[in-house]
Design a protein around this ligand. Structure first.
Ligand SMILES: [Fe+2]
Length: 492
């Protein structure tokens, strides 16, 4: 067990309550469980999130910039075999723990910020993912860090936190952005062999933050929204006070205009200390639009559809329907405008955008007005018509987590809300079907649920049909609220 005596002064909500980092890395092979763990689950539930390895300044700490820590539970034969939590060993983390830095290729992206956002399995590897030009990391099955990730040297300069796997081909599609890419973002396709087979630059209007994107059977949807690289914020994060103004002027002349060579981008990126502020902000002058590009077409074939200004971190899914494309996702009126530390600022609620490929128009409507985030669908319908979407509800008062999980039925328009009970705080839930050909909601939802009264966390399984609790694995320590998780079946 690695112990790390952390102390965080008060004053930053992202270091308090169940966002308070945990200090210890634990392996527990004697887990207690109640109820039923479905026997068809053979694999690992993994989830990544920020967990600063050292003390940070509560004045400047931004949740998005914390060092990454993955919490995982191994399941097989209806039993929970282990729980492990491990820091992703970026340079900062390895140094803080007094360890040798794992494999660390310069071109794989800059390393000041941890790979803290998502964790997936692909081509036999476990990958801790992050975005914005920051290096993603490969981990072992038991969550030890192997080193930075470049998909066998086929993709450099950082990846994305939100790739989407085509359910038929098994390929990973992604849009990657970085302040060094000029006015372009990168569309890549990683094959089942774990290597990039396609990699093109798509022109946009500047240097936007593209957290998510969407996929249909034939198209990739590019979210060109008004959150852009903030040169002043970046200069203040990375430079001594006397150099900030000149650095800002230089960045103003370059960012969103000039495609910097990877080594320059990475060298600049490495100046930014982790566990501090966030260099992207709302930009009133940047138009909001969705690009539609045939998956295998050249970048110049993209068509842009203007939408009302907003931000979508997370789409639920998209699909083609005749001459339209339907996109469901959580719409934020705005983000990173008044509050740079907090991604929840504009009443996130589930919306639908219908893009008409004949007229070039977009029709937007609200599916559900409750505050919610982290929507997920059955991974088998990614890019195909979906009936259900699941999302944890957020508190109207605090905009923080609640114990309520929402299940949207997009055929009937009904939403089921399941309250897990007082003092419970639920995060993203992922769906796994009972069998390969099971119906769309025949399976389980799983995710970490924090119990405020007992200050502990359970990996919780819900029947996706009814949202009733099926079983729980009781974890040996609290899992701080984080970002994204996935079910990684054995052999993926
Ligand atoms: Fe995300």
């Amino acid at each position: 067990m690695t112990t790390n005596p952390l102390h965080f002064p008060e004053g930053n909500p992202f270091l308090e309550d169940n966002l308070r980092p945990v200090a210890n890395e634990i392996t527990d092979v004697h887990l207690k469980a109640t109820g039923t763990i479905p026997a068809y689950l053979d694999g690992r539930y993994l989830r990544n999130g920020p967990n600063p390895v050292a003390e940070v300044d509560p004045e400047t700490y931004a949740w998005f910039a914390g060092d990454g820590m993955v919490h995982g539970v191994r399941l097989r034969d209806g039993q929970a075999h282990w729980y492990r939590n491990r820091y992703v060993r970026s340079t900062t983390v390895a140094h803080a723990l007094g360890e040798r830095t794992p494999r660390n290729r310069f071109r794989d992206g800059f390393r000041a910020i941890g790979a803290n956002t998502n964790v997936i399995g692909h081509a036999g590897k476990t990958l801790a993912l992050v975005e914005g030009g920051v290096a993603s990391f490969e981990m072992t099955d038991e969550l030890d860090t192997v080193g930075t990730c470049s998909f066998d040297g086929t993709l450099h300069g950082g990846y994305t936190a939100h790739p989407l796997r085509d359910p038929e081909s098994g390929e990973l599609h992604a849009i990657s952005y970085s302040f060094g890419r000029g006015n372009t973002v990168q569309y890549s396709v990683i094959g089942r062999d774990g290597r990039a087979r396609r990699n093109i630059d798509i022109e946009v209007n500047g240097s936007p933050m593209m957290h998510g994107f969407a996929l249909t059977s034939n198209y990739v949807l590019v979210f060109d929204f008004p959150v852009t690289f903030d040169q002043a914020a970046a200069a203040s994060l990375s430079m001594p006070r006397r150099l900030r103004k000149p650095a800002e002027l230089v960045l103003n002349a370059l960012i969103g205009r000039v495609h910097l060579p990877d080594p320059i981008t990475i060298a600049i990126g490495n100046l930014a200390p982790g566990n501090k502020g966030f260099p992207y902000s709302w930009d009133n002058d940047y138009p909001a639009r969705i690009g539609v590009l045939p998956r295998e077409a050249p970048a110049t074939a993209i068509r842009w559809f203007d939408i009302e200004p907003c931000y979508i971190f997370h789409q639920a899914n998209a699909y083609e329907d005749g001459d339209t494309i339907v996109l469901d996702g959580v719409r934020h009126r705005r983000v990173f405008d008044q509050n740079r530390r907090d991604p929840i600022e504009g009443d996130p609620a589930m919306h639908r955008w219908v893009l008409n490929l004949l007229t070039g128009t977009v029709h937007e409507s609200q599916i559900d007005d409750r505050l919610q985030e982290f929507p997920r669908v059955d991974e088998r319908v990614v890019g195909r018509p979906h009936r259900y979407a699941y999302a944890p509800m957020l508190s109207e008062e605090s905009e923080g987590p609640t114990g309520v999980i929402l299940k949207h039925d997009l055929h009937t328009g009904n939403t089921i809300a399941r309250d897990l009970g007082p003092g419970k705080e639920a995060a993203e839930f992922v769906f796994e079907p009972a069998s390969a050909d099971a119906a769309e909601d025949d399976g389980v939802l799983m995710g970490y649920v924090y119990d405020r009264a007992d200050d502990r966390t359970d990996l919780t399984f819900l029947d996706a049909g009814t949202l009733e609790t099926v079983g729980q694995v009781h974890l040996p320590q609290r899992v701080p609220h984080g970002f994204h998780g996935n079910w990684v079946p054995t052999g993926l």
